[in-house]
Design a protein around this ligand. Structure first.
Ligand code: DQA
Length: 148
């Protein structure tokens, strides 16, 4: 049997990780974080796919393509988290596990970051643990999936 697939989605500006506001987001690059997530997935017998885009529609297309194929979506939607209802609707139409992920804890930052349109369609949320959140999110997804 083929291993369950975990799809990691990275939204706008996350391609700049390592250079972008390192006091908030740390110095690891997106490649570093994807590697940590992939290592955790493979250690748990799963496969990890990753899509980064600065455009909401690309992320929606990736979620549509995941339907019926991917077991869990982990999404750090960047600022789209706070207003992208199209992304919300695409995740609502996905029938697997959805984990909302953030490096920072948006709840303790500017008030506009307190709203998440992803949270109402997420199985759970991991935020505020920096890069450690990436393997944590994969571990949480694997726990929910159970033995494969
Ligand atoms: C973020 C938090 C968002 O508010 C912000 O727009 C980001 C990154 C995080 O990982 O902490 O781009 O999702």
């Amino acid at each position: 049997m083929s291993p369950p697939i975990v799809l990691l989605l990275s939204g706008p500006n996350l391609n700049l990780l390592g250079e972008r506001e390192p006091a908030i987001y740390g110095t690891a690059t997106l490649d570093d974080l994807v590697q940590r997530a992939r290592d955790r997935a493979e250690a748990g017998g799963a496969a990890l796919e990753h899509v980064q885009s600065n455009h909401e529609g690309d992320l929606i297309d990736a979620i549509h393509a995941a339907r019926g194929r991917v077991a869990a979506v982990i999404v750090n939607a960047g600022a789209l988290t706070h207003y992208a209802w199209g992304l919300h609707d695409a995740l609502a139409a996905f029938d697997g596990i959805v984990i909302e992920l953030h490096l920072s804890n948006p709840q303790r930052r500017e008030s506009w970051r307190s709203t998440s349109v992803v949270a109402p369609v997420a199985t759970g949320v991991i935020a505020g643990f920096g890069g450690d959140g990436y393997p944590m999110a994969v571990g949480a997804a694997l726990r929910l999936l159970g033995p494969s």
